[in-house]
Design a protein around this ligand. Structure first.
Ligand SMILES: C[S@@+](CC[C@H](N)C(=O)[O-])C[C@H]1O[C@@H](n2cnc3c(N)ncnc32)[C@H](O)[C@@H]1O
Length: 191
C-alpha cells in the first residue's frame, strides 16, 4: 500500500520500500539475500496466484538464500470464534464449511482471504520450487489460552509449548499462522 511504503521510507532508519504485487515483483532475479512473504498468501484465494507469489519470492532470492512464507491456518477462525466467545450456530456452520473450502466468507467480518491446510501450503511451496522445507506452527497448540490471559504464567507456558512443538507436523494446523521456511536451491540456475 502506498501509505505503508511512505511510512517505511520516512522511518528511522529509513527502509527502501516500493509498492508491488507479490505475483509480479518489480525486482531483478537473485537480487536479495532472503525473502519474507508475510501476508500476500493470506489474500490470494486462487491457488495459481499463490504459487506464482511463492515463485516470485524464490526468483528474487539468491541461490542458497532463505525464503519464508506465511499462511493462515484453515482452522484459525473457528478456534478464534471459541476463544473470543463467538461460537454460535452461524460460526459453527462456518467451521463445518471450512473443512472442505478454505476461501473465507467475508460476512464473518474478515476480508477476502484464503486459509491453508498444512499439506496445501507444503504442496504450493514445493510446486513453486522451494527446497529444504520445514513448516512451523507459529502460535502453538495452547494459543487460545495465551490469548485469553495475555500475560503471566499461562501465557509464558503457552509460548514455551509453541517453541517445543514449532515444527511438529501433527500440531502445526492448530496454530493460527503457519510459517514455511525453505531455501532457494544453491544449484538453481533460473537467475
Ligand atoms: C495481514 S497483512 C500483514 C502485513 C505485515 N506482514 C505485518 O505483519 O504487518 C497482509 C498484507 O499482504 C498485502 N498483500 C495482499 N495481497 C498482496 C499482493 N497480491 N501483493 C503484495 N501484497 C499483498 C496486504 O497489502 C497486507 O499488507
Amino acid at each position: 500500500m502506498p501509505g505503508h511504503v511512505e511510512q517505511a521510507r520516512s522511518g528511522e532508519p529509513p527502509i527502501d520500500a516500493v509498492v508491488g504485487d507479490a505475483r509480479e515483483l518489480p525486482e531483478p532475479d537473485a537480487s536479495y539475500d532472503a525473502a519474507l512473504l508475510l501476508g500476500p498468501l493470506y489474500h490470494l484465494p486462487e491457488r495459481a496466484d499463490r504459487v506464482r507469489a511463492i515463485r516470485e519470492a524464490i526468483r528474487v532470492t539468491r541461490p542458497g538464500g532463505p525464503v519464508v512464507v506465511a499462511a493462515i491456518s484453515r482452522f484459525a477462525a473457528p478456534i478464534d470464534f471459541v476463544s473470543t466467545g463467538r461460537f454460535d450456530e452461524r460460526t459453527a456452520a462456518e467451521a463445518r464449511r471450512l473443512v472442505t473450502d478454505g476461501v473465507n466468507d467475508p460476512s464473518t467480518g474478515f476480508t477476502q482471504a484464503y486459509f491453508h491446510r498444512v499439506a496445501e501450503l507444503r504442496d504450493e511451496c514445493v510446486e513453486a520450487g522451494l527446497t529444504d522445507l520445514v513448516i512451523h506452527g507459529v502460535e502453538g497448540p495452547a494459543w487460545p489460552a495465551a490469548e485469553a490471559t495475555q500475560s503471566g504464567p499461562i501465557f509464558d507456558a503457552a509460548l514455551s509449548l509453541a517453541r517445543v512443538y514449532s515444527a511438529e507436523p501433527d500440531l502445526a494446523a492448530v496454530s493460527a499462522h503457519l510459517l514455511a521456511i525453505g531455501v532457494r536451491s544453491a544449484r538453481d540456475g533460473r537467475a
